[in-house]
Write a protein that binds this ligand. Structure first.
Ligand SMILES: NC(=O)C1=CN([C@@H]2O[C@H](COP(=O)(O)OP(=O)(O)OC[C@H]3O[C@@H](n4cnc5c(N)ncnc54)[C@H](OP(=O)(O)O)[C@@H]3O)[C@@H](O)[C@H]2O)[C@@H](O)CC1
Ligand SMILES: Nc1ncnc2c1ncn2[C@@H]1O[C@H](COP(=O)(O)OP(=O)(O)O)[C@@H](O)[C@H]1O
Ligand SMILES: [K+]
Length: 488
């Protein structure tokens, strides 16, 4: 797992570690890692022009000491001080001692702007984990100049202006090509919109690991090995029932395709068998003769280990409402998606005994929360946690970063494989069938959501390879995604 920790926990761990190491040692470790990363990005340090944007805190200190290291290797380094009266004194002395220049970013604007515009590399040391809100006007202007300069921009610890704990970006912020972060990832580095600002991530070990083990991560991103461990690979004793039978209630006369896509996700995603219940049975059987289909009612469909309900249900007229109620009342794990989210009775969902997985996109999440869609997209972590609490369910929030939160308020999983090529009609239906198949195989709701999102993202990448894909292509690529994960 790639883990990210809350700022208050990182700070507490740093305090504990600082009590055991010589003063300034952590900043030197951070600066050494930062300078090494800058050197690699530059390729050739000697003769390179480097501008440091230096704020009033320790983030600026890191930038100054790293700048001193680069200056000693022959780079022309200019530090732009945003608040010269409150700058890290030791850092400025080190930079000057190494031959670096210092300009007053609050007074000498032409000098500061010129240094940034001429730079090959801009180091953003404006603010780190001590930042509050978007950048202030002076800092915002320099961040804009950095963007316009065409220079490589490296953020120190995190891009200045983004919220480290929530991933929110409420004002101006630095857009970095790379972020060199210290001790531990911060949640905002893994979650959009802040993640977009961070560019490529590099973690510098400053020896914090031992101290951090006292805290639980706030966010974790599963990696290949984590997913491989959870894949329900059939064993010698497996049969189709033990692999998991998934019931699917989806589609309508108006939207038969949603049923086909959900069944496709389930069959290609590893279900032992799929029982489809609803009015799109003919369309399903025409595409998947291996599906078991019936018109309903749900209690007569035969035994299943999990249900998926919702894709393409439409407005809930006719038998659809009854099928939805029956599924919500079932005592096996249930995944509720799309129209099912709108139509399901919230108190019936909350009262369920068996695991429940809700899979809204931002618009559906916004409707459930009674807020604007843009608000959900601006604060995904808050939104997914809030929904999970309200519905006493596991919630998978789809979109540019897919998040999975449990009702227990614990660590939120973030999916690292997503691709914007997945933003195509029906690809969410495929995900619902896939994650449903994983529930039927016996994975818990959090694991089913996280593994489903991981495979879905990977399948999207494999199917797309840089060109448009349809939802069926994503489903067809699921076995290749499985193979990719199993190979590591
Ligand atoms: N602790 C450790 O062991 C280690 C810590 N390390 C490093 O220290 C960093 C944390 O340093 P920190 O605590 O000094 O805070 P920091 O992020 O520099 O910002 C504080 C200053 O920013 C200002 N400011 C705030 N908001 C702003 C805004 N929106 N726009 C503009 N300015 C804004 C605010 O000013 P004020 O509000 O007081 O006017 C305040 O002076 C951490 O990220 C890592 O890089 C490493 O060396 C490894 C060891
Ligand atoms: N910008 C994006 N980056 C990555 N994944 C995305 C993006 N936009 C959408 N997706 C993914 O595409 C899928 C779309 O699902 P959904 O919105 O339910 O579509 P539909 O209802 O048409 O099936 C989800 O898995 C979602 O996470
Ligand atoms: K920064």
């Amino acid at each position: 797992m790639r883990t990210a920790y809350r700022v208050e926990d990182v700070r507490a761990a740093e305090r504990a570690l600082m009590a055991r190491v010589p003063e300034g040692a952590l900043m030197q470790r951070a600066a050494a890692g930062l300078a090494a990363a800058c050197g690699q990005l530059l390729g050739k340090v000697y003769g390179a022009r480097v501008a440091l944007l230096v704020g009033s805190g320790d983030n600026g200190g890191d930038a100054l000491y790293a700048g001193a290291r680069l200056a000693r290797r022959g780079a022309g380094v200019t530090a732009v001080l945003l608040s010269p009266e409150r700058v890290h004194g030791g850092g400025v002395a080190a930079l000057r001692g190494a031959g670096g220049r210092v300009v007053d970013g609050s007074g000498d604007l032409p000098g500061a702007g010129g240094a940034v515009l001429r730079a090959d590399l801009v180091v953003d040391g404006i603010v780190g984990i001590g930042g509050k809100g978007g950048l202030r006007p002076g800092a915002a202007e320099l961040a804009r100049a950095a963007e316009e300069s065409g220079a490589l921009v490296v953020a120190v610890d995190l891009p200045s202006g983004v919220d480290a704990d929530t991933g929110e970006v409420r004002g101006a912020a630095v857009r970095a090509d790379a972020t060199v972060t210290f001790g531990a990832y911060k949640p905002g580095l893994l979650v959009d919109p802040a993640r977009e600002y961070a560019g490529a991530l590099r973690l510098v070990d400053i020896g914090l690991g031992g101290e951090l083990s006292a805290y639980a991560p706030a966010v974790e991103a599963p990696q290949y090995a984590d997913v491989a461990r959870l894949l329900p690979v059939p064993g010698g004793e497996s049969d189709k029932y033990r692999r998991g039978v998934l019931g699917v209630v989806a589609g309508s006369a108006r939207y038969p395709g949603a049923a086909v896509l959900a069944v496709a996700g389930a069959l290609r995603g590893g279900a032992g068998a799929v029982r489809y219940v609803g009015p799109a049975a003919d369309a399903v059987i025409a595409r998947f003769p291996e599906a078991l289909v019936s018109a309903g009612p749900v209690p007569k469909a035969g035994r299943v280990q999990a249900w998926v309900v919702g894709p393409g249900l439409g407005d809930g007229h006719g038998d659809a409402g009854e099928r939805l109620r029956d599924v919500v009342a079932a005592d096996v794990p249930v995944l509720i998606d799309a129209d099912g989210l709108r139509l399901a009775d919230a108190s019936a969902v909350r009262k369920r005994g068996a695991p429940t997985l809700l899979t809204p996109h931002a618009g559906e999440a916004a409707a459930l929360l009674g807020v604007e869609r843009a608000e959900v997209e601006a604060s995904r972590l808050d939104a997914v946690r809030e929904l999970a609490g309200r519905y006493a369910a596991t919630v998978l929030l789809k979109g540019s970063t897919t998040l999975v939160a449990g009702a227990d308020g614990g660590v939120v999983r973030v999916n690292p494989t997503g691709t914007a090529w997945l933003a195509t009609a029906g690809s969410g239906d495929v995900l619902s069938g896939l994650a449903g198949a994983l529930l039927a195989a016996g994975l818990g709701a959090r694991d089913a959501g996280a593994v489903g999102a991981f495979l879905h993202g990977l399948a999207g990448r494999l199917a797309a390879e840089g060109a448009p894909v349809g939802a069926q292509d994503v489903a067809e690529a699921l076995p290749a995604a499985w193979r990719d994960v199993r190979r590591g």
